[in-house]
Design a protein around this ligand. Sequence first.
Ligand code: ADE
Ligand code: ZN
Length: 335
Amino acid sequence: MTDLDAFIAGLPKAELHLHIEGSLEPEQMFAFARRNRVDIPFADVEAVRAAYAFSNLQDFLDIYYAGAEVLRTEEDFHDLALAYFRRAAADNVRHAEIFFDPQTHTDRGIPFAVVADGLLAGMARAEAELGVTSKLILCFLRHLDEEAAFATLASAEPWLDRIVGVGLDSSEVGHPPSKFERVFARARDMGLKLCAHAGEEGPPAYVHEALDLLRVDRIDHGNRAMEDEGLIRRLAAEGMTLTVCPLSNLKLCVVHDLTTHPVPEMLRRGLHVTLNSDDPAYFGGYVNDNYRALAKAVGLGRGDLARIARNSFEGSFLGEADKAARLAEVDAYVS
Ligand code: ADE
Ligand code: ZN
């Protein structure tokens, strides 16, 4: 382990862009398939890993939604969450804000309650046993329509005291943020925080829409904002947090080589970058793998990495006192 790897390993951090369904490791996929008596179209774990060669976001999403088929019971969702938090704790993640895609489950007959109660139980156990705090974010699938998003928000109502916000994910191109303007307005009126994937594959105009029409608190990814000078200045001036996912970008061919990743330019331009794993089981690494791979590829130093860790707490949906306590941990670590 290099000195920088050791620095990353011990750095207190938050993870703000993690799809819990994307933390389903192939071994776990087989275990859940066995206990739920679900057939999966793979002979073994190696065959699953071999299928994880993607040329774009849709290639990945097709496999990711198929993988989620094995998730059936509250226990599955609990175990999935707890396994993620164990890995996160090993990376010194002190707080995580995790996305889930209820429509992926309710559309195949799994009740919202099974998903939400299972995840919340895993989160509570992770906090008690590992000291990792967390918040839950409900994502709307943008390839589905506005009406389905409204119905999902309605079915979430009994849980809204335990869901911090809503997000927007799935196939980006052809499904602009404007499609969900009204459901985001409703979520905002309900007091929920707002995030949206924008500028992963979609154009800078989608990032503008996420800001202007959805009025988001965070942008997930945001890579393509770097094509628009005015947008870069606006994101910097507004102190907008970007949840960037380097290994995801590499696996989904958003960047062709990590050495050309936009993070160094984002930092130079004063953007509030955070580093995250997105779907770690599919993209070859958890959060520290992302920190390490990017630092090595583009030459980030301790100052940059400490800045990124600070951004992760500042951009979180923690209350001010909790943010201050976590930021003090970063300061104590780097001083
Ligand atoms: N769902 C899970 N991961 C995603 C990503 N990176 N982009 C869009 N939708 C997703
Ligand atoms: Zn994502």
